[in-house]
Each structure stands twice: as structure tokens, then as C-alpha cells.
Design a protein around this ligand. Sequence first.
Ligand SMILES: Cc1cc2nc3c(=O)[nH]c(=O)nc-3n(C[C@H](O)[C@H](O)[C@H](O)COP(=O)(O)OP(=O)(O)OC[C@H]3O[C@@H](n4cnc5c(N)ncnc54)[C@H](O)[C@@H]3O)c2cc1C
Ligand code: HEM
Length: 412
Amino acid sequence: MLSRQTVDIVKAITPAVAANAETITRRFYERMFTANPEVKAYFNQAHQHSGSQQRALAGAICAYFTHIDQLDALGPAVEVIAQKHCSLGIQPEHYPIVGQNLLLAIGDVMGPAVTDEVVAAVTEAYQLLADICIHREREIYHQQLAQTGGWNGYRPFVVTRKERESEIVTSLYLQTADGGALASFLPGQYITVRIDHPVTPTSPRNYSLSDRPDVGHYRISVKRELALRADTPDGLISSYLHDQVSVGDRLEIGPPCGEFTLVPTLVPGRPVVLLAGGIGVTPLLSMAKALVHANVKTPLYFIQAARNSRVHALGGEVQELREAGAHVQTRVLYDAPLDDDLAHGRCDAAGTVDLDVLRDWTPHREAEFYFCGPKPFMQLVSRLLNQLEVDASRMHCEFFGPKQELMSPAAA
Ligand SMILES: Cc1cc2nc3c(=O)[nH]c(=O)nc-3n(C[C@H](O)[C@H](O)[C@H](O)COP(=O)(O)OP(=O)(O)OC[C@H]3O[C@@H](n4cnc5c(N)ncnc54)[C@H](O)[C@@H]3O)c2cc1C
Ligand code: HEM
């Protein structure tokens, strides 16, 4: 528990910290990567360039400071952070490094406002949050290790199959290199791929598992990330996985992690609506396949949005779900269909997810909604579900970057 005095001091400086949050976190990363270069390898350097990691940490700290006297409200945020940290192998000894550099960065930016009292209060508050995260991370590491085929850190896997799913998406099938057991996972979870890339050595990337659990392999389906501008590089690891990795090659893989799962959110008998935008189909397909395989007859509505048939990945597997029976319905929407896409029945309609689709085609008054896709898709779906008065407790989402990014309109 924090003392009343600490709570009061933290609350008093929160508006000033919030006003300077991004400058503080930028300064924090500069300081930390200079003083402690050993932690740099854990961070995605593209997220640093886009500023999304700065915004994630700044947002998390401001949210924490704002709710400093209602720590229960932090539960879901801590779970996102802890799952992400465990996917990357963050350890308790890293926390003082972050704490010290953060405090120094706050001092650099806010100057004399950071009195000894403020330093003491922020240190105490950071330590409490660190302890909460470390405690949850310890539990997750323990669970990972305790399960059959489980492991901590990185484990060598072999690529046993490589499938082109569309012009821009390729699936890799992975099995343990030593032939040992493969840990199960919760549909919706992701693994971490660590490649010794010449430009970004050891830089880890998360990939959602796109097949269902317990089929003898993991499968990831990777979109080739192209440069956003002429002066920026193509995505390093996705290009590498597409161009340089072949069947028989080894990859270092971190254990399944992530809180975007059907369990424990699934309510028996309540319909499930899955909304996929582009490559966001991967965790949702795993969920859908697992549900259908479990034969629980939960009403399942799967909307897959893509640009057109050239880039539409895994559509065949989404369609196959309907073979399970009338309780499974699917709908494919192309927002930029090719001339013959509609005529050949490659999609059900032109357009994207909109209010009419959600209102007329899904049981929106009672369903649990799970969605994943690029940032504009996520923001659109959230807005539409809000308009339909879907309670936040029935909305579950995954985002392929820091989740805080979804709240920032300025971000790329
Ligand atoms: C939980 C989770 C699950 C995910 N699941 C999947 C999945 O199932 N399938 C999938 O394909 N992806 C998935 N991702 C995304 C994946 O982790 C990678 O982010 C993605 O493959 C891009 O990585 P990259 O190394 O190819 O690109 P990066 O090299 O990280 O580049 C990403 C973008 O940043 C730009 N950039 C890079 N460096 C610079 C620079 N110096 N200056 C300016 N711009 C720069 C690039 O042009 C590119 O547009 C997931 C992410 C998360 C967090
Ligand atoms: C209490 C302290 C900390 C807080 C509040 C915090 C918060 C966060 C948040 C909000 C994210 C984004 C999660 C997401 O939505 O994907 C994140 C990711 C991350 N954190 Fe932490 N973190 C803390 C400590 C640490 C420590 C000690 C390290 C180790 C050096 C660390 C390393 C990382 C890394 C590497 C990522 C992923 C970054 C990326 O995508 O590039 N964090 N953290």
C-alpha cells in the first residue's frame, strides 16, 4: 500500500507528467539505451521509430498515476503488459534499470518541479507497479514451464512446411527441433520469433498462432510488411521470413503468450462474432477452428474483411468452417474488389464492416465480439460497436502493436 502522502504527491504531479509524457519517455529511452545497451535487444526498433513504444509507456504511466488510489482498475492493463513482457523474456532485474532511467528522464524534462519529495513518491509508486508486474510475470513463467512441452526463453524449432496464402501472406509450420512435446496454447495467443538479422540482431517479433492447438505443429501466417514511404525500409523480419527462411531451417521461438483468448471470456451459449481485418485474421481463425473442433455448437459469426482476392489470405479455411453446420456463418467483404471478384463469388459483398453489416448480420445485442486488424479497422469497429451500444465487457481485441497505440489518433 502507498502512503496517503505518496498518493497525494503523485496525483499532484500527474497533470505535468501527462503534459510532458512523450518527451519524458523519449528521453527515457535515449538514456536507457545509452546507459544499459543490454536491454535494447528486447525492444522492437520499428516501434521506437514510429514512436508507438514511447506512447505505450507514456500512456501506461499516466494511466497508473491517474488511478494510483484505485489499483484494482489496473488489472486488465497489467495482464497485457505482463503477457507482452513474458513473450519477450523480461526479468525482475530489468525493472530497476527502467525505474532509474525513468526517474532521471522525469528530472531532465521537468527540472526543479522534481523535488526530493517527488523523487521519493515516484520511486515508491514505480516500485509498487513493478512488484505487481513482476509477481504476475513470475506466475506466467511458472505456468509456461509447468505445462507439458512448455519452456521459458527461446527454444529451437524447425520449419516443416511453408505455404503461400496470398500475394503478401505466407504461412510457416513449426515443430520442435529436438522432437520434444509441443506446448498447447489458448487460441488467440501469439509466439515470439527471434531472428539473428544482420540489420536488427536478435530483435523479437510476435506472431499470432493461426491454426488451432494440439495439431502437432504451430503455424504462423506472416504478412510481408512493405515500406510506408520511399525513404523507409521494408519490414525487416517479415521480409526475412518470406525470402530467407526455407523448409528445414531453424528458428528461435518464445512460448505462447497473450490475453486475447476465448477462455475465460466465452459465455456458454452466447454467440461469438469474429471480425478480421486483413492479416488480423490469424488469431481469430485459430479461435474459430478451436470452437468448431470442440463441437460445442456455439453460434459463430465470422466476418473477414480484405482488400481483394490478391491479398485475401486463409479465406478457404474460413469458408470451410461452415461445414460444421448452420450454427457457423461466414461473410467475406472486399473494399477494393478486382473486376471479377464479385462475379466469381470470391467475396460476398463489396465494402467493409459498417453499421448495417453489424446490426443486420450479427446478434449484436447478446454476442461477444472479438476483433483484430490494422489500426483504422480497429477504430472503426470500436466506434460501430459503441454506436450499437455493445458493452465494453463484450468487446475483446488484439492489435499487432502496442495497444496504447489504438487510443492515439496522431499515430501512424
Ligand atoms: C501480438 C501480436 C501478434 C502479431 N501477429 C501477427 C501475425 O499473425 N501476422 C503478421 O504478419 N504480423 C503479426 N504481428 C506483427 C509482427 O510482429 C511484426 O510487427 C510485423 O511482421 C512487421 O515486422 P517487420 O520486422 O517485418 O517490420 P519492421 O522492420 O518492424 O517495420 C515495421 C514498419 O516500420 C517501418 N520502419 C522500420 N524501420 C523504420 C525506420 N528506421 N524508419 C522509419 N520506418 C521504419 C517499416 O517500413 C514498416 O512499415 C503481430 C504483432 C503483435 C504485437
Ligand atoms: C512498471 C514498469 C513497466 C511498465 C508500466 C511497462 C509498460 C509497458 C507497456 C504498456 C507495453 C506495451 C504493451 C502492449 O500493449 O503491447 C510494454 C511493452 C514492452 N516493455 Fe514494458 N513496462 C514496464 C517495465 C519494463 C521493463 C523493466 C522492461 C525491460 C527492459 C520492459 C520492456 C518492454 C518491451 C521490450 C516491450 C515491447 C516493446 C515493443 O513492442 O517494442 N518493460 N511495456
